[in-house]
Design a protein around this ligand. Structure first.
Ligand code: NAP
Length: 453
């Protein structure tokens, strides 16, 4: 976070909840944070707390009703005048009204649309213009989305809210594509939490507090600070490159890397590996299903042997390791284990590359397997967590192996844009593992900043 010290972040909806936690956290890390909301008194109180805590940054309260474009524009003008402009824009303000599609009030739908979608778009536009006019090439726009932006839950009260959050999903990806077309390195990210304990539910069900309390009682919700940690993770620079076994020892790292030869296409080899781990180290607490490969075998003409090999490693090897890791945790009463599947952006979108279609199918399977695993773990009442990490092109041997028979493509594979590095995926793994036990990061999607589609 060092590079963000002294720079300007706008956090919308900073009076309470997630926005307040994000604002304070960024001030603690040395940023100049403009926090806006209608109830500016609460932000003034937070600013005083930051000051008396001796945080190196500063919180600047700003009163703004985000349903009024003129107030948003006046806020950006004031930020320009007083602080030059915005380097980071956190579109956090958001709300829900329990107004079902079959009988809900239009005024409530409009209010959700105005804050969750329109204000977010206006702020993103103004933030980008502010960065552009100052040649800020490393800015970041973060949209506070929700799980409801990816899945329609069977709760009529939340259907319109869900539509606004689906819009946030589309807006974030659209923004990313427009930024790429402008050849800037400004980044766009959305963060999609599940239930977080804030004022959100009591405002949602403001006429029936028992309903709000019921939702929090039904799940152990996350805390606002957990979402603030996701924001600082997204903003922070990646850590050092992961070292290999020998280097680990000579570098004096406190852990140890134990090499084990195993062909994941052979179940007996996987089982003997788990047996050896049990004998020598008691068992597995974390299982990172990282091994995976692609063969360029299109659906219309590909070799069955190539397809089988991808299935064996990417799906079956991963599933066997998952089962064995879970059994190992269970027999030792390990309740805080973690199974992380290295998925791919191909696990979420079918790209128009025939060579990748079968590989994509194996990664779609990983998406389903990770969510299925999460559900089975819940049914077992354990706190073992399941996460999928989905990077786009990473600079490893993977694409070089994929195109080993096609020197032309092989030579160009990393030339279109600066790809992710292995250390960026390591960084995501460390972030996922270090989340507090009640927080399950379900999915991390990572794209190279310069990537167009
Ligand atoms: N809590 C959850 O379970 C959860 C889960 C997933 C996603 N989220 C998302 O996380 C974000 C923050 O939610 P939260 O849980 O922190 O909710 P919260 O505690 O209810 O806080 C909402 C914030 O939005 C601000 N806001 C609402 N309408 C506004 C307006 N017209 N103008 C300016 N500010 C306005 C509020 O400030 P004032 O009232 O002072 O104006 C407040 O600071 C939202 O986008 C929400 O959709 C929340």
């Amino acid at each position: 976070m060092e590079r963000w010290r002294g720079r300007v972040a706008l956090v919308t909806g900073a009076s309470v909840g997630i926005g307040a936690a994000v604002a304070v956290e960024l001030v603690r890390l040395g940023m100049k944070v403009v926090g806006c909301a209608r109830d500016v008194g609460k932000i003034q109180k937070l600013a005083a707390e930051c000051q008396s805590a001796g945080h190196p940054g500063v919180l600047v309260p700003f009163k703004c009703d985000l349903t009024k474009e003129e107030e948003i524009l006046a806020m950006f003008a004031a930020i320009k005048e007083q602080h030059k402009g915005v380097d980071v824009c956190i579109n956090n303000a958001g709300l829900a009204h329990p107004e079902a599609l079959l009988n809900g009030k239009t005024s409530a739908w409009k209010n959700m649309w105005d804050v969750n979608v329109l204000a977010l778009s206006i702020c993103a536009r103004e933030a980008y213009q502010s960065m552009k006019e100052r040649n800020v090439d490393d800015g970041h726009i973060i949209n506070m989305n929700s799980l409801c932006g990816h899945q329609v839950f069977s709760l009529a009260d939340a259907h319109f809210y869900s539509a606004t959050k689906y819009a946030v999903t589309a807006l974030t990806e659209g923004l990313r594509q427009e930024l790429r077309a402008e050849n800037t390195h400004i980044r766009a990210t959305c963060i999609s939490p599940g239930v977080v304990e804030t004022e959100f539910m009591s405002r949602f069900y403001n006429d029936s507090p028992e309903k709000a309390a019921g939702i929090y009682a039904a799940v152990k919700p996350m805390k606002a600070i957990d979402v603030a940690s996701a924001v600082t993770y997204v903003l922070s620079a990646p850590p050092h490159v992961q070292k290999l076994a020998a280097e680990c020892q000579s570098a004096g790292h406190p852990g140890v890397l134990v090499p084990f030869k195993c062909d994941l296409t052979k179940e007996e080899e996987i089982l003997s590996m788990f047996a050896a781990i049990k004998e020598q180290h008691k068992g597995v607490d974390v299982c990172i299903n990282n091994a995976g490969l692609a063969h360029p075998e299109p659906l219309l003409s590909g070799k069955t042997s190539g397809w089988k090999n991808m299935m064996d490693v990417n799906i079956l090897g991963l599933s066997i390791c998952t089962r064995e890791a879970y059994q190992s945790m269970k027999e030792r009463n390990v309740d805080d284990g973690h199974i992380i599947n290295i998925n791919s952006v191909c696990g979420h979108h079918v790209m128009p590359h025939a060579d990748l279609h079968f590989y994509t199918a194996t990664k779609f399977a990983v998406t389903a397997l990770t969510e299925g695993l999460r559900q089975e773990l819940r049914a077992e009442n354990t706190h073992i967590r399941a996460t999928s990490i989905s990077p786009s092109l990473v600079k490893t041997e993977f694409p070089l192996r994929l195109y080993s028979n096609n020197p032309d493509i092989k030579a160009r594979v990393f030339s279109a844009y600066k790809p992710l590095e292995a250390k960026d995926v390591v960084n995501a793994i460390i972030y996922v593992l270090s989340a507090p036990p009640h927080v399950q990061i379900g999915e991390v999607q990572m794209l190279a900043t310069e990537q167009k589609s």
